[in-house]
Design a protein around this ligand. Sequence first.
Ligand SMILES: [Zn+2]
Length: 412
Amino acid sequence: MRNAIILRDVSYIDVVSGKEVNNTNLIIENGVIQKICKEPFEFGNKSYETIDCSGKIAVPGLFECHAHLCSLHNVAMKEDVLKDFVKKGITQVRDVGGPFKIMKEMKDSITKGKIVGPEIFYSGPILQGGKLSWQVINESFPGFTVSINSREDVNSILNDLYNNGASLVKTFSTFDKDVLKYLNLQAKKRHLKIAHDVGGLIFNSIPVELGLDLGIDCFEHGKAAYSSVLKDNLKKEHDSLMIKRTPKQGQKLFKKLLSLGEASISKEKLKNLSEKMIRNNAYLCPTLMWNESNKNSENEEKKKMITELTAITHYLTKKMIAHGVKMLVGVDSRTATTLKEMTLLHNLGLSNLEILRGATIYPAEWLQISDKYGSIDVNKKASLLVLNRSPLDNINNIEDTAFVLKEGEIIV
Ligand SMILES: [Zn+2]
């Protein structure tokens, strides 16, 4: 690792204040920003590699906030894909579901410098109460999902998470309320937070509203809030089916709601829920790219369903953005397509600064690592994306890369 670099005459975006700091020098040693200074720098007896950055603008290394990198395991182009993240300035990934063994191995080979890739903060397995939804994936990826049904299960999985280097907990769909509450409390004692996916579109055992009451502060997918914000008459129908439903009746309501689209949503409930999220300092990771990747299905019925689902997802996300809920930028895949997610969020009204925050300081704060990550500041990791033009002017400029530094090492 190069141990001493000066980025001379660089401008950078302070994502915390939202301001641009112009024409300064970043002094980097051992992968950390040691000093930020305007005045001529006293070199002492150290030899620095100086990079002239006049006219360039730096932003903190980006986070991809919803990845599943485990499926790259045993894939021939794994190394290229992982390198592609860093080349695009994505120097950290929040991985929300993958077996410990694979994730730990991947992280270790990146940390030890065997392969080039982003720093991975992973959840390990997806936790779910009762019957596992993706049991079949466990055949190719043992330990992808784990069933959690009691306090004993919670204690045991938290030991596994701790011993295998997990940085967060991922929960999905069905859960016993008390078990999830216990999981959240015990996880917090170990400085782990839960990212919750409510599961299917309508029958959620832990909808966002309840998740917030249990102390959860991060929800995956833009559709998450849907079952909490149905108009009264539909909510009544939904709740009675939730208690005593047959698959046929459930399917019928599902189709009805999809075809109603935004007309099924109570604007007032959505506003109240958004305000509750803000009060609880909770984040939404909309993963709009998931819809984009799935919309071109060969199956006409599926195509229609995804189109309607996308309309609901976009409406909910757009309103939450307008109400001021904090967004995280994540694509729900294993590829470095984070910029496309940024463009989609921009189209739904998220400002360029908030998009940047959602890929830098917000994930760092949520992961409780903002002492070292998420913004350009003294004592933070020197993982930076240096651009030719400012992404505050146009978010697409995030691709106009001059070079990338990962922990003080020049990648591109
Ligand atoms: Zn996912």
